[in-house]
Design a protein around this ligand. Structure first.
Ligand code: G6P
Length: 352
């Protein structure tokens, strides 16, 4: 759109601001790959010593863009980890947490209050604690109490720093013997995949965004990829400023698919095909695609590339990030602004 600045100076300023915001987010999404490389370098220099206590469970605390790293990594290690792993998004921890628990606190800023409270709770329960942050109160907390922690470069919106939490969490699990030995190589393969498919990923993202625009989107995948569906929802919320919901197969076949009886063209579906579902779940997936297609004309199926769930997740995270940016762009939105979250934080800071 060409603007005549003399006639509409305020409009021009607003559009310039949106353009800047879009370019910043574009750059940050583009940097997912180089962030993985940088995060792997940080991981190579970080050593975590095994807790002296026997570890019987692992809890990862974190909110939003950091919390999702915990959910995703918990799923990555679920077939190899010998103890249960729980991801918590709240101020306190379950009653089972004790001196036999490893609690990992992940907060990019290091200042998210729910994570800090949960770590105080972990401390009072005698758990082993490890921190991941770019500084802030979490770094202070770990320093003061002698807990191990890893520092990542800060200064960006936490949701754009997912590479750092994914890699640092994976490295902690690896070093302490809870992850498959290949986990970091798989992340690196995922990075190579997005590098070599960059143009195709962006053009698919643009096509999908055109299809999904102006609809409320439901995101579905097999349950092993629940974290990816949640990441998609979060990115459509924060970057695209859209309501969105997610569910997984097979559970969605036991309730939500019935709900689609009331579905219509206000909605769109984004199905994530990972080509690794069991035969029965794939059948459920295919029927779910067909059934939702009978209710709305916008049912998109995106396919992951990669050989393992980790590689596929890295590919999907990147593809979905681009979709969220293009959805924002198609409606001339601001992908960076999160005013309501800032307001909430300011209001909560008034509570003494
Ligand atoms: O990673 P953290 O710094 O703890 O931030 C966690 C979350 O905090 C706030 O709500 C931000 O606005 C979110 O975008 C972010 O994901």
């Amino acid at each position: 759109m060409r603007l005549e600045s003399k006639k509409f100076p305020l409009l021009e300023k607003a559009l310039l601001y949106l353009q800047t915001s879009k370019s910043i987010m574009e750059k940050l999404i583009q940097e997912f790959s180089s962030n993985i490389s940088e995060a792997l370098k940080i991981a190579a220099g970080a050593t975590f010593t095994k807790p002296t206590q026997e570890i019987r469970n692992i809890v990862i605390c974190g909110m939003g863009g950091s919390g999702i790293g915990g959910r995703i990594v918990a799923q990555w290690v679920q077939n190899t980890c010998s103890v249960p792993v729980l991801s918590v998004q709240d101020y306190s921890l379950p009653a089972f947490v004790n001196k036999h628990s490893l609690v990992i606190g992940s907060s990019y800023s290091g200042n998210t209050e729910e994570t800090l409270f949960a770590l105080e709770d972990a401390k009072s329960k005698g758990a082993t604690i490890i921190g991941i942050c770019s500084g802030g109160s979490l770094a202070e907390f770990c320093k003061t109490h002698g807990y191990q922690y890893v520092v990542v470069p800060g200064g960006n919106p936490p949701r754009t720093a997912l590479a750092f939490s994914l890699v640092q969490l994976s490295n902690i699990f690896l070093q302490l013997g809870y992850a498959q030995s290949t986990i970091l190589d798989e992340i690196s393969n995922g990075k190579n995949l997005i590098d070599s498919n960059q143009a195709a990923i962006k053009s698919e993202a643009m096509r999908v965004a055109h299809e999904l625009q102006k609809r409320t989107v439901a995101v579905y995948a097999g349950s092993e990829y629940e974290g990816i569906t949640i990441r998609a929802k979060q990115q459509f919320n924060e970057n695209s400023k859209e309501l969105c919901w997610q569910h997984v197969i097979p559970e969605m076949n036991h309730n939500e698919l019935v709900g689609w009886g009331g579905g219509d063209k206000r909605y769109a579906c984004l199905f994530i095909q990972t080509n690794d579902l069991s035969m029965r779940n794939q059948k459920r997936f295919d029927i779910s695609v067909e059934r939702t297609k009978s209710k709305t004309d916008k049912v998109e199926v995106i396919s992951a590339k990669g050989a393992t769930p980790v590689e596929k997740s890295i590919y999907l995270i990147h593809l979905i990030d681009w979709i969220s940016l293009y959805l924002s762009d198609l409606k001339h939105g601001d992908p960076i602004e999160i005013e309501i979250i800032d307001y909430l934080k300011a209001e909560l800071s008034k509570i003494k």
